[in-house]
Design a protein around this ligand. Structure first.
Ligand code: BV8
Ligand code: ZN
Length: 244
């Protein structure tokens, strides 16, 4: 992509939330039919819920695996993978655990809240990929020590992986352009990344259906479905359109 036709400054950093997967049929957390409405995810996505009823929590994650397996990446995921291919310095941080960015071809990806497709053992620390849908037995057990395994995701009240968080904060602090796509911007510390980038001088662009706590701080707001808005922005950004 000849530089003179591009109208955005690298490094480009992206933060995505469940809104980017909504058009693939993956329910978001909020909004009608959202996970928090129907399944009260924030009651289930906690260490306390897992301690008191691991089987119930596993049924919630097994249901999400069953659902996500039937979903395909949408144009929004595809455009983000294309932006990566055409950028020298690109980092994408996702709050999503569905794996759709990888299936769309994204590589420079930080899964800051973990993955629906990885399990880990709270006893011996073993981590492994597991694509079984449905599981032979619920809850699944650790292949090493036979303890009850857990989803390798970050629950509410749990610390994020310090290395992933540090890498994400460093990338945000160096961003020339920061895209924040399909997130309500309510869950911290991930929600602090766009503002960290903005304070460090990045050009902040929000893609969302609605206003969020980040909207007032954004330099550009592309309101509408992520698939069409990302496509429109990328077309303009690579055709020598208005400079950002
Ligand atoms: C931490 C993985 C500290 C699991 C997730 C009280 C008690 C305990 C903690 C706290 C507390 N008060 C505050 C906290 C901190 C808490 C927090 O921020 N809570 C919020 C609710 C106030 N954070 C934490 O607990 C974090 N850890 O603080 O640890 C600590 C430190 C040291 C030592 C020990 C502890 C951990 C948070 C991670 C939780 N895990 N997910 C799983 O998925 O099952 S959170 C989950 O919800 C997502 O990962 C995401 O991060 C978050 C928000 O979801 P979004 O992706 O934004 O989705 P949402 O539905 O909200 O919004 C969708 C958006 O898309 C909307 O804006 C919508 O308009 C838009 N949209 C919809 N369709 C489209 C669209 N946009 C474009 N196109 C479309 N088509
Ligand atoms: Zn184990």
């Amino acid at each position: 992509m000849p530089d003179e036709r591009r109208t955005f400054v690298e490094p480009i950093v992206v933060l995505t939330g469940s809104g980017v997967s909504a058009e693939s049929g993956v329910p978001t957390f909020r909004g009608e039919g959202g996970l928090w409405e129907s399944y009260r995810a924030h009651d289930l996505a906690t260490p306390a819920a897992f301690r008191s009823d691991p089987e119930l929590v596993w049924r919630f994650y097994a249901w999400r695996r069953q659902l996500v397996r039937g979903c395909k990446p949408n144009r929004g995921h595809a455009v983000l993978a294309e932006i990566e291919r055409h950028s020298q310095q690109f980092t994408m941080i996702t709050q999503n655990i569905d794996g759709l960015h990888q299936r769309a071809g994204s590589q420079q990806l930080i899964e800051i809240h973990g993955s629906l497709w990885r399990l880990r053992c709270p006893q011996c620390g073993q981590r492994w990929r597991d694509l079984a849908v449905p599981f032979e037995q619920l809850p699944p057990h650790c292949p090493e020590c036979d303890s009850i395994a857990r989803p390798d995701v970050v629950w509410f009240g749990e610390a994020l992986d310090p290395k992933l968080l540090e890498t994400s904060m460093e990338a945000a602090g160096r961003a020339g352009t920061f895209l924040v796509v399909g997130t309500s911007g309510l869950v911290h510390p991930a929600a602090g990344l766009p503002l960290l980038a903005k304070r460090a001088g990045a050009h902040l662009i929000e893609f969302n259906l609605e206003e969020t706590p980040l909207t007032a701080r954004a330099d550009e707001v592309w309101q509408g479905p992520a698939s069409s808005q990302l496509t429109a922005w990328w077309t303009e950004a690579t055709s020598g359109g208005k400079p950002t």
